[in-house]
Design a protein around this ligand. Structure first.
Ligand code: FES
Length: 121
């Protein structure tokens, strides 16, 4: 199984093109494949911010987070797994309502209307 780990902006060695900004749903997620990894990408219209995390929910190891509901908790952007509603911070990956391991999160940048996700390989 692929090992996921959080990538900090200073650790990025490759920016992977994920698609045009207009291809992503507002207030919901979309999933891209990067090698054998699945990465969920989210756009928060209200704050005009983008986030990316592993698509794999650490609770039951299902690739579903890209289909999760997004929202905010105390100002923290979050995604709720569609299966059992564990919620995770999209800033840190921390599980906000349980004791699941944290998600890997990835930097996202926008250039010329294209979405890029930062990885380290
Ligand atoms: S598989 Fe995601 S909360 Fe259970």
């Amino acid at each position: 199984m692929t090992a996921y780990h959080t990538i900090l902006p200073e650790q990025v060695t490759t920016w992977v093109r994920a698609g045009r900004t207009t291809q992503f749903p507002v207030g919901a997620g979309a999933t891209i494949k990067v090698g054998d990894r699945q990465i969920a990408v989210f756009y928060f219209h209200r704050t005009d911010r983008w986030y990316a995390c592993q698509n794999l929910c650490p609770h039951k190891l299902e690739n579903v987070l890209g289909r999760g509901l997004t929202g905010e908790q105390d100002g923290v952007p979050k995604v709720a797994c569609p299966l059992h509603k564990r919620t995770f911070s999209l800033e840190t990956g921390a599980n906000l309502n349980g004791d699941c391991p944290p998600l890997a999160v990835y930097p996202v940048t926008i250039r010329d209307g294209e979405v890029f996700v930062g990885i380290d390989d």
